[in-house]
Design a protein around this ligand. Structure first.
Ligand SMILES: Cc1cc2nc3c(=O)[nH]c(=O)nc-3n(C[C@H](O)[C@H](O)[C@H](O)COP(=O)(O)OP(=O)(O)OC[C@H]3O[C@@H](n4cnc5c(N)ncnc54)[C@H](O)[C@@H]3O)c2cc1C
Length: 470
């Protein structure tokens, strides 16, 4: 295995459970890839360097097969999954059931229930289809089709169901996780999927930080005799020790380099067409207290979406897609201290946040992000004890899988969700026999769920069993 992100570790564990001897080579000094927790600002303040909020862990069939509690991992679920402050001290919030949330949406209460109730009712039939390789026929085609018919629509179409700013803002904030302009197909699916998980498993954080997840997977692997070697960048496939199968937790661009001319030109051209989407500028803060949000719901929420109305957020995402840095960016913030006091010394807090920027950007967006926070939480800047900023270029330096500072292993356009990373029946196999891709550049895509690794390892095991490998 090359790479120990959540998908690399999920693949390694799946292979080790099948009885294979597994070695994982990781370039960074610590395992975990997008699941690492570090003191980025001051001693005693534990910040999630990448992923922070874990609805996909809670919904993932791979993680449901891991005894997380035995590994010391506790998911803490804030009562308010996320809040979306608006000017004038108001905030929309998603908390509890669809009916609970709808009650706070006034004139849009009925429209919210009509959109989400049928989907949430069928969540356990829809989510497995979303977390599988999309080529397979879903086990429950009707619920999946119902989801697909709504989700294929751009968020801008779905928003027409709502008359009020709060309901439209909820949809904008959820759909903007797609890192695509909100008039693109499939942005609705991101919005709906994140709403479904908010109403079923919630949006938890990991007690002590996301790094605990990686530590638990590494410990499980070690218990099965597997090994993770850190500080070992692999620059050519030839440098790897001999193995019956090789799985790569890397993206297509890195694979081309690693293969060093061994790939057929047509396959290389297909890999080169794979797109990565915009980058992010990320800021972590050490705070002297909780963020002083004007709206009460935002004080209780684990995640906060900032950016105002649907129209404002749509403009931001369109700007980024056109290569511009928005003056008032759409920001996603996580405040783990709402449920996890262990992240900071007594009465202090950490805050995690990012905004989208053009790929590869070196622009520091700290001032613009803080201005957005001040807009809804006056006095915020007075609480800042220290901050650590990573531009999109820094994000890629920290982890080469985050190409251009992007965070999903490749953009989530319709084409790239269906054919990820290239048009093939089984997208984990590569043009090299016995070599597989298992990163979030394969289905089902970005996020901490381990399903890319789990499906890739199952393909490798099937091939070994069928004797397909020479
Ligand atoms: C800032 C940020 C915030 C995020 N927030 C969330 C969130 O809140 N919730 C969520 O679900 N997801 C979030 N994500 C996305 C999530 O972290 C990723 O989708 C996930 O980590 C992908 O897992 P992976 O195993 O495919 O790759 P990665 O986690 O990127 O791991 C790849 C690993 O491979 C190693 N590697 C690469 N090349 C080589 C090489 N040549 N030799 C040796 N090692 C190599 C890297 O060092 C890295 O450790 C976020 C991502 C970022 C960057």
């Amino acid at each position: 295995m090359v790479g120990s992100g959540p998908n690399g570790l999920a693949a390694a564990l799946t292979l080790a459970r099948a009885g294979l001897a597994v070695q994982v080579l990781e370039g960074a000094q610590t395992p975990g890839g997008g699941c690492r927790t570090e003191e980025l600002t001051l001693p005693g303040f534990r910040h999630d360097a990448c992923s922070a909020v874990h609805p996909l862990v809670a919904a993932s069939p791979f993680f449901s097969g891991i005894n997380l509690a035995a590994g010391g991992v506790k998911l803490l679920t804030p009562e308010v999954a996320f809040a979306h402050p608006l000017d004038g001290g108001r905030a929309a919030a998603v908390a509890g059931s669809v009916a609970d949330t709808a009650r706070g949406l006034g004139a849009d209460s009925g429209a919210y229930r009509r959109l989400l109730e049928p989907l949430v009712r069928d969540a356990d039939r829809i989510l497995p289809a979303f977390l599988g390789p999309l080529r397979s026929v879903p086990a429950h085609p009707w619920p999946a089709a119902r989801f697909g018919l709504k989700g294929l629509q751009p968020a801008s179409w779905l928003a027409r169901r709502f008359a009020t700013d709060p309901a439209r803002a909820i949809l904008a904030g959820l759909s903007a996780h797609a890192s695509l302009p909100l008039d693109q197909p499939l942005t609705g699916a991101y919005g709906l999927m994140f709403a479904i998980v908010a109403h079923t498993v919630g949006w938890p954080v990991v007690e002590g930080g996301s790094g605990r997840l990686a530590e638990a997977l590494v410990a499980d692997l070690a218990a099965l005799g597997g090994q993770v070697v850190t500080g070992r960048w692999v620059s050519r496939l030839e440098d790897l020790p001999p193995a019956r199968v090789t799985l790569l937790d890397i993206t297509p661009r890195q694979f081309i380099d690693l293969a060093g001319g061994r790939l057929p030109p047509r396959y290389v051209r297909a890999l080169r067409r794979f797109g990565y989407g915009p980058g992010i500028c990320k800021v972590d803060w050490a705070l002297d207290g909780p963020v002083p949000w004007t709206a009460t719901a935002a004080r209780q929420a684990g995640t906060v979406h900032l950016g105002g109305t649907f129209a404002e957020i749509a403009r931001c995402e369109a700007d980024v897609a056109a290569g511009r840095h928005p003056d008032r960016p759409f920001c996603i913030l996580a405040q783990p201290g709402v449920v996890d006091p262990s992240r900071a010394p007594a009465r202090k807090h950490t805050l995690w946040g990012y905004c989208h920027v053009p790929a590869g950007s070196t622009v520091d967006m700290t001032d613009r992000i803080e201005a957005q926070i001040e807009r809804f939480a006056p006095g915020f800047r007075d609480l800042v004890l220290a901050r650590s900023t990573r531009t999109a270029a820094d994000v890629e330096r920290y982890n080469p899988n985050d190409v251009g500072g992007s965070l999903g292993g490749g953009s989530g356009t319709l084409r790239q969700m269906l054919f990820r990373p290239v048009i093939r029946w089984n997208q984990y196999r590569t043009a090299l026999p016995g070599v597989y891709l298992c990163s979030s550049s394969t289905p089902p895509g970005g996020g901490v769920h381990g399903m890319c690794g789990s499906w890739a390892a199952r393909t490798a095991l099937d091939d070994l069993a069928a004797g397909r490998r020479p």
